[in-house]
Design a protein around this ligand. Structure first.
Ligand SMILES: Nc1ncnc2c1ncn2[C@@H]1O[C@H](COP(=O)(O)OP(=O)(O)OP(=O)(O)O)[C@@H](O)[C@H]1O
Ligand SMILES: [Mg+2]
Length: 236
């Protein structure tokens, strides 16, 4: 599959397949095409050449079976809503003016699953970054998706919240056998939590088990070097 925008080749000849019930981490330098690839998986953008199948169908075909956790920085916190309303919006795919008892029950269940039931009636403006992240995760999980796609979910979130997030995803995956695809800059998280790693730099630099895909050789090819920051992070 190839993605071109004007003269620029954004994704070049990407060929790979991922089994269901895997946890894929996508890593690579800024501008490597990670978000572009995620948008294709979600059916938001389309390849210029080649084809993609997600859950056995064209991307976006089974939108209800896939959930997306967006980057935090795009969210306007002044929006006058509570955590539970944000979660119900994931269930409905629309903004709920009022929530029904059933919707509230399901949303509370999802919030409980991510350890955030106490935040249910808290206005979004009064949530910390990590709390908002958990709420977003509950919003994604409330419909029990078979595919969860997260684009840099840990951006702006402190270490503990990030640690919790990775464990929550693992627990959800264990329980439901869902497939998780997460874009991250955290090589340690990729190494410890993912079953598969894609090292991307416009094309596939490495793909497979974390140990193999995160080898010095692949990292050097993707980032141009394996500096202290990277090797230190990997060893951590
Ligand atoms: N609509 C577009 N038209 C032209 N170029 C684009 C368009 N969208 C993205 N690009 C380019 O495609 C490349 C990949 O962008 P993408 O956002 O996928 O990178 P990324 O790996 O997610 O980077 P980051 O780590 O910074 O989030 C970038 O060079 C970007 O400028
Ligand atoms: Mg990106």
């Amino acid at each position: 599959m190839t993605l071109q925008k004007g003269d620029a080749v954004i994704l070049d000849d990407i060929t790979l397949s991922l089994e269901r019930a895997r946890f894929l981490a996508i890593i690579g330098p800024n501008g490597a095409g990670k978000s572009s690839l995620v948008k294709i998986l979600l059916g938001i953008d389309h390849p210029t050449q080649g084809s993609v199948a997600v859950l056995g169908s064209p991307p976006g075909h089974h939108a209800k079976r896939a959930a997306y956790v967006p980057q935090l920085k795009t969210f306007d916190r002044s929006f006058p809503a509570t955590a539970i309303q944000l979660v119900v919006s994931g269930e409905r795919q629309a903004w709920p003016a009022r929530t029904t008892a059933r919707e509230r029950e399901q949303a509370l269940e999802a919030l409980t699953e991510v350890g955030a039931e106490h935040l249910a009636d808290r206005p979004l403006a009064r949530l910390s970054g990590g709390e908002l992240q958990r709420t977003y995760l509950a919003r994604a999980l409330v419909r029990k998706p078979e595919l969860v796609v997260l684009d840099e979910p840990a951006t702006g979130v402190d270490f503990m919240a990030e640690h919790d997030l990775n464990h929550l995803l693992e627990a959800y995956q264990d329980k439901t056998q869902a497939t998780v695809v997460m874009v991250t800059h955290d090589l340690a998280a990729a190494r410890h939590h993912a079953t598969d790693v894609l090292v991307l730099n416009r094309t596939v630099v490495g793909f497979g088990e974390p140990e193999r895909a995160l080898s010095d050789e692949c990292l050097r090819r993707a980032y141009g070097h394996v500096g202290h920051a990277h090797s230190g992070f990997v060893a951590w």
